[in-house]
Design a protein around this ligand. Structure first.
Ligand code: UPG
Ligand code: MN
Length: 461
């Protein structure tokens, strides 16, 4: 009988585990010696004066408190785990589950559109079947330049994606790729066709950049439409007449979402934006997995989607797995990084340690989340508890999307269906949708900002 090979393996980090444990042992001995000394001084010391007793109490209390905190901290150094995936063992592309990518942006003046579009393009370029990839951008600034940028990015991506696929480019955010001094792909062989094609595509990228710059300088498109505006949901396509279905052959679906903003309604920042994306994507693509990205990040490894699936779809993985977290890397940090701005402790030590315990905590960005985990706890076997209108609002279409057998009709190649779906999506993006529902109290992202700490109990990876 054929036995299925595992999609991933995990092993204890060595020699780190031994070093950490040895370090813990040495520190423990020193601590015990210190505490013995402290308490023996109580027995043998001269404590006639009030100040002497007072000092002893303060010092002993501080030492005990710090020792306790130190002991707690050792947990994350006790069993650090490294994981390896075997992406080549994944099923055929046609059997892979779909992924929705959520990108949030808030302000085109603080978050330049070129950078945001690099994030969008890097997500569209993930090494994943394009008909299984759906990229949503939430624009909390409601800025016309962002919508314009999406259209330009879509058009640039049509030549950029085939270029990346043809030459197996690793850095898929064009800005980062073109600013590399030595291109990875050039190291081994000097491929003249690649160099020629790269020049052409670089030229196209410059034109794309210039168009965005010009639109910004002209002022027409750059300003946000303010904090009082209706929702906009738009599917980015070549022209209005083109059917989504045709495009799916080579390009991921790209959707622009600007939720409704009214001064009288709290908008809950990024958490509020993610809620809206969750609902809107629910009736458009409803992918079982969601990648969340901030607009000042980009995917630096195009294989991350396949890597994440090695955990999510492996039958040996616990069904309580909620998300797969990827580490973040930062640029333009001073060389010595004395303030640990690269967050090395978090991403090179602590997260591996958490993984050996109950799983890492969510880092806010760069994670592949199971959609269902946002609606139920591991104890709840199905979603029957969230299908009433008081739970998730009164959109029939959205409630239907929570059923396992739900099939979206967004790709029916029918303009009327798409139009009515976008109409429904705008309702889901309205600022009153959540009123009088438990949305945000039980079911999703909007627990607190920052972060989704209530999900930790479901994470295992
Ligand atoms: O009203 C808002 C405010 C922010 N954002 C977006 O949220 C993301 C994170 O905001 P940022 O200002 O970049 O916060 P950082 O401190 O850099 O981000 C860290 O801290 C945040 C929580 O405070 C997390 O949400 C992020 O994922 C995490 O990277 C960005 O893409 C913003 O565009 C919105 O969509 N709407
Ligand atoms: Mn940020």
């Amino acid at each position: 009988m054929e036995t299925k090979l595992p999609l991933h393996v995990s092993q204890r980090q060595q020699p780190q585990t031994t070093i950490y444990r040895f370090n813990t042992l040495v520190h423990s001995i020193a601590l015990i010696a210190l505490l013995c000394y402290r308490f023996s001084s109580l027995l043998h010391g001269q404590f006639n004066e009030f100040m002497a007793i007072f000092s002893w109490i303060v010092i002993s209390f501080s030492e005990l408190l710090h020792s306790f905190l130190w002991v707690l901290g050792q947990a994350v150094r006790w069993r650090p785990i490294t994981r390896h995936v075997f992406a080549e063992r994944l099923p055929r592309d046609s059997e892979l589950p779909a992924i929705d990518v959520f990108i949030c942006t808030a302000d085109p003046t603080k978050e330049p559109t070129v950078g945001v579009m690099n994030t969008v393009i890097s997500a569209m370029c993930l090494d994943y079947p394009p008909d299984k990839l759906f990229v949503y951008l939430s624009d909390d600034g409601g800025a016309p330049i962002t919508l314009y940028g999406m259209k330009e990015a879509y058009s640039f991506a049509k030549s950029w994606i085939p270029f990346c696929n043809k030459y197996g480019i690793t850095t898929r955010a064009p800005e980062a790729y073109f600013s590399e001094l030595i291109h990875e792909d050039e190291k081994n062989s000097l491929n003249s066709i690649l160099i020629k094609e790269r020049k052409e595509i670089e030229l196209r990228y410059q034109v794309f950049r210039q168009r965005l710059e010009r639109a910004k300088d002209s002022g027409d498109a750059s300003f946000s439409s303010g904090q009082n505006r209706p929702p906009i949901v738009e599917v980015i396509q070549d022209d209005a007449m083109e059917e989504i279905g045709e495009n799916q052959a080579m390009m991921p679906l790209l959707v622009y979402v600007s939720r409704e903003k009214r001064p009288s309604h709290p908008h809950h920042f990024k958490a509020g934006a993610l809620n809206v994306l969750l609902r809107v994507s629910g009736i458009i693509s409803n992918s079982p997995y969601i990648l969340t990205l901030d607009c000042d990040m980009y995917c630096n490894d195009s294989t991350s989607a396949r890597q994440a699936m090695c955990f999510h779809i492996d039958p040996n993985t616990s069904p309580s797995l909620a998300f797969v977290q990827f580490p973040q890397k930062f640029h333009n940090i001073s060389k010595n990084d004395i303030y640990n701005e690269l967050l090395r402790t978090a991403f090179e030590v602590l997260w591996y340690g958490f993984d050996g315990l109950k799983g890492p905590i969510l880092s806010g960005t760069g994670f592949y989340m199971k959609r269902e985990a946002l609606y139920r706890s591991p104890q709840q076997k199905d979603l029957s508890h969230v299908t009433s209108t008081t739970n998730v609002g009164n959109s029939e279409e959205f409630i239907a999307s929570l059923r396992r057998d739900y099939k979206t009709n967004a790709f029916d190649n029918d303009d009327n269906t798409l139009a009515s779906l976008l109409h429904e999506a705008r309702l889901l993006a309205s600022c009153t949708y959540e009123q009088h529902t438990q949305w945000g109290e039980q079911a999703n992202f909007l627990i607190t900002e920052p972060e989704i700490s209530f999900l930790l109990y479901t994470s295992n990876c």
